[in-house]
Design a protein around this ligand. Structure first.
Ligand code: ASP
Length: 325
């Protein structure tokens, strides 16, 4: 039977065909999820947990690539310059908010050079020490740090990383400057802490929980105002006398600026689907991470959070005198 295609049905056919063409075009190959820190660390852990689930939703592989160094700024510079076609995304954290104040020659603008995909999870941190460090609990650790000062060593993932920021805040509240040892991520820093190469570190629960439970490192305190469900015996720094001490490594997903709207929507949808996946949220929760509520898993929520965090950290960093290179 002959069929009549009038102007209206032609327009509908074109619109449907057009959107199908866009949807079919993405993803056209595996997606690179760039982690601007070394493998085996907290951001790597969060990224690998969501990558597999996002890949299933998008019917492609999401391949984690670690590009650590300079507090994450080397990897994020690479993301900022990647083609904005959705095949490169990045998971990074609070350091995206601290980098503009710390690094004078940052080669990208954290607000203007990235598209926000969504917030992921907030990861609490812990003050930990090598297994044979003399202090046995939080108050002894605080007294030890005040007494040792620069002869005590701490590991961190580069200027502006979460571990560095947390250490800066800890040292300034004790009025004790200790000696930092920089790594490309706290994955390799943890290997050295286990080997007793430096004294202490402030690192995220995603990497420290199992090591503390197994007694391979000392756990001194949590950096949250409430005790952690995964490590209930650990006092908070607030309880240990550092009133109001609170740092959390919030994680989020970004892409290079200029994604087509439908690609951006599909990435956000896949991220949200990953966070709804009980396997993903159970694994995050088991390591102390707190997936953000659904209304915060959006580009808008991330964009406004980042702006607020840049404003929050700028005076703290300026007052500390810390600088990235
Ligand atoms: N997120 C970093 C990492 O994955 C650690 C940090 O920022 O302290 O190694």
């Amino acid at each position: 039977m002959p069929r009549y295609f009038g102007p209206l049905s032609l327009a509908v056919a074109l619109a449907v065909g057009g959107s199908q063409a866009l949807a079919q075009g993405f993803p056209s190959r595996p997606i690179t999820l760039l982690v601007p820190a070394a493998a085996g660390g907290p951001t790597d852990a969060v990224s690998r947990m969501i990558a597999e689930s996002m890949g299933r939703t998008l019917s492609t592989q999401v391949v984690v690539e670690n590009v650590g160094g300079a507090g994450g700024t080397i990897g994020m510079a690479r993301v900022a310059k990647a083609p904005a076609d959705g095949h490169t995304v990045s998971v990074w954290h609070i350091a995206q908010a601290t980098a503009p104040t710390l690094y004078e020659n940052l080669r990208y603008n954290v607000i203007n050079d990235f598209d926000s995909i969504g917030r992921i999870a907030d990861v609490p941190m812990t003050i930990v020490g090598r297994a044979n460090l003399e202090p046995k609990n939080a108050s002894e650790m605080i007294a030890w740090a005040k007494q040792k000062k620069a002869s005590a060593t701490y590991g961190h993932a580069g200027v502006g990383s979460a571990s560095h920021l947390c250490a800066l805040m800890f040292m300034s509240s004790l009025n004790a400057q200790m000696t930092g040892v920089s790594y490309r991520g706290t994955g390799p820093a943890m290997t050295d802490l286990l080997g007793g190469q430096f004294d202490w570190m402030c690192d995220q629960t995603t990497t420290t929980t199992a090591q503390i439970r197994e007694g391979k490192i000392r756990g001194y305190a949590a950096t949250t105002l409430k005790r952690l469900a995964v490590l209930p015996d650990l006092p908070t720094l607030d309880e240990a006398g550092l009133k109001g001490f609170e740092v959390t490594a919030w994680h989020a997903m970004w892409a290079p600026r200029g994604l087509p709207a439908d690609v951006s929507a599909r990435l956000t949808g896949a991220l949200q689907a990953a966070l709804k996946d009980p396997k993903v949220s159970e694994r995050l929760t088991a390591l102390g991470a707190v997936p953000v509520p659904e209304q915060q898993q959006t580009p808008e929520a991330l964009a406004s959070h980042l702006k607020a965090e840049v404003a929050r950290w700028s005076p703290v960093i300026k007052a500390s005198g810390a600088k990235g290179t």
